[in-house]
Structure formats: C-alpha cells, structure tokens
Design a protein around this ligand. Sequence first.
Ligand SMILES: CC(C)(COP(=O)(O)OP(=O)(O)OC[C@H]1O[C@@H](n2cnc3c(N)ncnc32)[C@H](O)[C@@H]1OP(=O)(O)O)[C@@H](O)C(=O)NCCC(=O)NCCS
Length: 160
Amino acid sequence: MNIRNIEDKVLLINQLNYRGNKINIYLTTNKNINLYALEKLCDSVGWVRRPFKKVKIAIEHSFLIISLFHIKDNSNILIGFARATSDHAFNATIWDVVVHPDFQGKGLGKILMDQIIQQLKYADITTITLFADPQVIMFYKNLGFLADPDGIKGMFWYPH
Ligand SMILES: CC(C)(COP(=O)(O)OP(=O)(O)OC[C@H]1O[C@@H](n2cnc3c(N)ncnc32)[C@H](O)[C@@H]1OP(=O)(O)O)[C@@H](O)C(=O)NCCC(=O)NCCS
C-alpha cells in the first residue's frame, strides 16, 4: 500500500475482532490529530506527559505523522501513532512509536513502522534512525534496524 498524502483515511484492517465486536482499523497521515487523544494513548503505555504546546509544535514540524484509529459512535479512537522528523534529503528519525495495549500483538506496530519506512524511502531518505527503549530493541532489530552500526554510538546533550 502506498500511503503518500493520505490526508483522509485508508482502511487498514477490515473486521478485526475486538471485545466481541468487529471493528475496522484506519490509517491516516493527517497532522491535524486530537492532542488529548494522543496524550491518552501515551498515558496508556505509561509515558511521561509532555506539555501540550510543545507536542503540538513537534507534530506540526514533523516530516511525517501516521495515526491508526477505529471509529466508535462517529468518533475516531486513536490506537496507534508514530512520527518522523527529517532534513528532507538525507536523514530521518522516528519518534513516539506507540500502539494501545489493547491492540498490541496484532501486527499494528509492524504496520506503523513499515509504512513510515516506505514513506521515507519514497522521499529518497536513506538514513533512518531511532532511539529504542531497552524492552523494544528486538522489535526494531526484527524490522531490520542495527544497533550502533560501524561502532557509531548515539550521544546526548542535556542542559545542566
Ligand atoms: C513496541 C510496540 C509499538 C509494538 O507494537 P505491537 O503492535 O505490539 O507490535 P506487533 O504486533 O506489530 O509486533 C510485530 C513483531 O514484533 C514482535 N514484538 C512486539 N513487541 C516486541 C517487543 N517489545 N520486543 C520484541 N519483539 C516484539 C512481535 O512478537 C511481532 O513478531 P512476529 O512478526 O515475529 O510475530 C508496542 O508494544 C508499544 O506501543 N509499546 C509501548 C510503547 C513503546 O515502548 N514504544 C517504543 C518506544 S522506543
């Protein structure tokens, strides 16, 4: 599936079994996402909260946003999210990869990552990096990511 400029939505999974119901899962690259829904999703995996204002700026300035959701009572329920920042030429970095615990283990994390990588490749970006929490290193390795290639180590600077 090619997801270039999907500002509306595409059907990703038809009739997924969820709590005795059949639901459809959709994907969109629309940046206009509900920040409260994103905060709720991040809360569901125990991430530390970030100021809304900054999250809004980060999303606006991201190269690519991918959201996964289902529709309940005419509302979009956000269940997956990932984004990438980029110099639009050589490099991109993937951030905030998350799938709601109720929907983990169903292949959605892999779909999110595959779609981000496909989109970045389409933009001719050849170096894709990310920072993996220890418990998800194998998840990313299975997707083809290498830890510290050529001995390169990530380095961080924080304000003192
Ligand atoms: C990491 C995360 C996005 C994976 O999403 P998911 O929808 O559960 O993953 P999938 O079902 O697509 O799994 C794809 C494959 O990765 C494997 N996998 C999933 N999570 C894994 C983990 N933590 N460690 C190792 N392998 C993992 C699955 O077993 C599956 O393998 P298979 O293809 O051989 O069957 C999800 O667990 C999550 O949101 N975690 C909390 C937030 C987080 O830690 N994000 C990463 C921050 S760096």
